[in-house]
Design a protein around this ligand. Structure first.
Ligand code: SAM
Ligand code: SF4
Length: 328
């Protein structure tokens, strides 16, 4: 699955569900989203069949996402089926109910768990997620770490909301072995994005440089295809990183494809177009030619929004789905 720019696609992110038990303002539009009818969502069997086709074509890594993947009733069966494929399997979750899945994760060999947490303040957590679950999420992060999982914490940075917590968040990594990832706020349909609300990679580093000395901040080696610039504070147990999709995109080394809960393939997080695999699968036909065509059609940068000016055009970024129905 090599595209016209020579990028080899080995990583598939599968969204299992369009619903969520939180309502993060940057992800879920205030008015909600039009949900796909249940009959057009992939069943467990269909997820497995589609995933297997991708694996046969070179995918070595699958991450499950949503919406909130853990609120899907058949999640234990989905994990079990996908764990039988020769892939590294991982999951992104808001961690509200993660404590109920520790054994299931272990039984299916999951090691890498990404958790969303945007603030260390319970009242601000309620403001951003529109739910009162800070304690549960925070304690579940501690639980995951103590159970030996490799935990990444995803933090979407929003100006005037959590940019005053940059130092506190990095200090969380002092005694906790997690990788904290600051994510630049990205525009999607319905999330009221505004460039002015975004906290850039440069601003995050400036803030850290005003608190830590140059010698204390260590630049780590990024893994191949990494979307993040990785750092650690010397002597701290954990590390931190910045995902700068807006100011410093990493499209040149992109190896990702995305499958939505209704079985559509997106060749880019920002693509306005998608390819319906599920209808073809249900018609008993091969989905491989559609995958091949979608990979070949992948544009070089952010689904065609190759400049900051284009990314800021609501006409362009609202042609995409809301994040809740893509899966991050
Ligand atoms: N519910 C799970 C969770 O919260 O981790 C999985 C789905 S969520 C859509 C996946 C990731 O997308 C989360 O880390 C979230 O912070 C991130 N995300 C959602 N909307 C975003 C936006 N507008 N800009 C940047 N990241 C965003
Ligand atoms: Fe739900 Fe995750 Fe989106 Fe928050 S970021 S609304 S937890 S899907």
């Amino acid at each position: 699955m090599t595209d016209t720019f020579g990028r080899v696609h080995t990583y598939l992110r599968i969204s299992l569900i369009e619903r969520c038990n939180l309502r993060c303002t940057y992800c879920m539009p205030e008015e909600g989203v039009l949900l796909s009818p249940k009959s057009s969502l992939m069943t467990c069997e269909e997820i497995y069949t589609i995933a297997k086709t991708f694996v046969e074509n070179g995918v070595t890594k699958i991450r499950l996402t949503g919406g909130e993947p853990l609120i899907r009733k058949d999640i234990p069966v989905i994990l079990e089926k996908l764990a039988s494929l020769p892939v590294e399997l991982s999951i992104s979750t808001n961690a509200v109910i993660v404590d109920k899945f520790i054994d299931t994760f272990k039984e299916n060999g999951l090691q890498n768990i990404n958790v969303s947490l945007d603030t260390l303040d319970a009242a601000k957590f309620k403001e951003i997620t529109r739910r009162n679950d800070f304690e549960k999420v925070y304690n579940n992060i501690l639980l995951l770490v103590s159970e030996g999982f490799k935990v990444k914490i995803n933090t979407v940075m929003i100006k005037g909301f959590n940019d005053d917590e940059i130092i506190d968040l990095v200090q969380l990594t002092k005694n906790l072995q997690v990788s904290l990832r600051f994510i630049e706020f990205m525009p999607f349909d319905g999330n009221k994005w505004d460039m002015k609300k975004m906290v850039s990679y440069a601003e995050i580093m400036k803030k850290l440089n005003s608190f830590y000395s140059e010698e204390q901040i260590e630049r780590l080696q990024d893994a191949p295809n990494d979307t993040s610039k990785n750092y650690k504070i010397k002597g701290y147990k954990g590390s931190f990183a910045v995902i700068s999709s807006v100011t410093n995109h990493f499209c040149d080394t992109c190896n990702r494809l995305r499958l939505t809960a209704n079985g559509h393939l997106k060749n880019c997080l920002f693509s306005a177009t998608e390819s319906d695999l599920l209808t073809t699968l249900r018609a008993g036909k091969s989905i491989e030619p559609i995958i091949e065509k979608a990979v070949q059609a992948k544009l070089k940068v952010r689904g065609g929004m190759d400049t900051l000016k284009k990314l800021q055009e609501p006409k362009l970024h609202t042609q995409n789905r809301s994040m809740i129905t893509i899966g991050g």
